[in-house]
Design a protein around this ligand. Sequence first.
Ligand SMILES: Nc1ncnc2c1ncn2[C@@H]1O[C@H](COP(=O)(O)OP(=O)(O)OP(=O)(O)O)[C@@H](O)[C@H]1O
Ligand SMILES: [Mg+2]
Length: 268
Amino acid sequence: MRIDGISIIGGHGRDGATEPVGRLDLNMGDVVSLVGPTGSGKTALVNDIALFADANTPSGRRLLINGAAPDESFLDDPSLNPIALITQHTTFLSDLPVERFLLTHARVRRSPRPEAAVAATVDFANQLTGEPILTDGAMTELSGGQTRALLIADAVVIGNAPVVLLDEIENAGIDRARALDLLRGYEKIFVFVTHDPGIALLSDFRVAMQGGAMRAILRTTAEERLVARRLMAIDAMLLGLRDRIRGGGRVGAADIDLTEAAVSGGRA
Ligand SMILES: Nc1ncnc2c1ncn2[C@@H]1O[C@H](COP(=O)(O)OP(=O)(O)OP(=O)(O)O)[C@@H](O)[C@H]1O
Ligand SMILES: [Mg+2]
């Protein structure tokens, strides 16, 4: 199924009142963040999308695909499901070796060149993590960050899902500027649930959640993009320090440089 966009028709917040945002349209290529305090309903909203909500979840929301109620053909064949969700808490039940696991997925997805798809997936994941993933090791032996990185890569490359929902990747120690750069290379709808100002401001727009309801849609302004660039430059400094310290090295005063030139030099 070709997807041009999805829409979420608002329901009600936890108090039962109608949501202030009555409709959220996400078009192919959009990168959107869901922001809001703990317990404000961010995960509930991505779940509504992943479940193809039809006024049958606690929020009463409805999901439309290309402006209409979804064709549920994928229910007969999950490999056709256009929506991939990387959840907040990931644990693997499979102790298959990484390579076998990915190859199985690639075959289920009828990937024309499964081996190449697996190699591309591992390569993508390794660009997000510190220590490379060993493909003959068991899935259950991956670290939390490696697991998340592999699941993101798997959803994007092998799953080739047009809609990818990511619930809080920042806690996984993933290089988020790198992740956003890489993901932007794919024409998809990405929905990030995030507490991270960098991810929120690198998105095209953000939805502010409160009390279980969508409160407001904020398109990222030019000034906010500048702030995002500065944040990423500061982030790169922190990552550099982290790597040096993790690697058993020493750091110096010059490693934290907050001059205008330094903080505006990072990539956006
Ligand atoms: N619109 C709603 N109607 C009824 N219940 C809701 C609604 N939205 C969220 N909830 C419930 O409120 C609780 C908290 O929501 P949720 O887990 O989505 O928060 P969150 O923003 O993801 O928090 P965190 O940042 O801690 O992950 C959940 O039990 C969820 O089912
Ligand atoms: Mg959550």
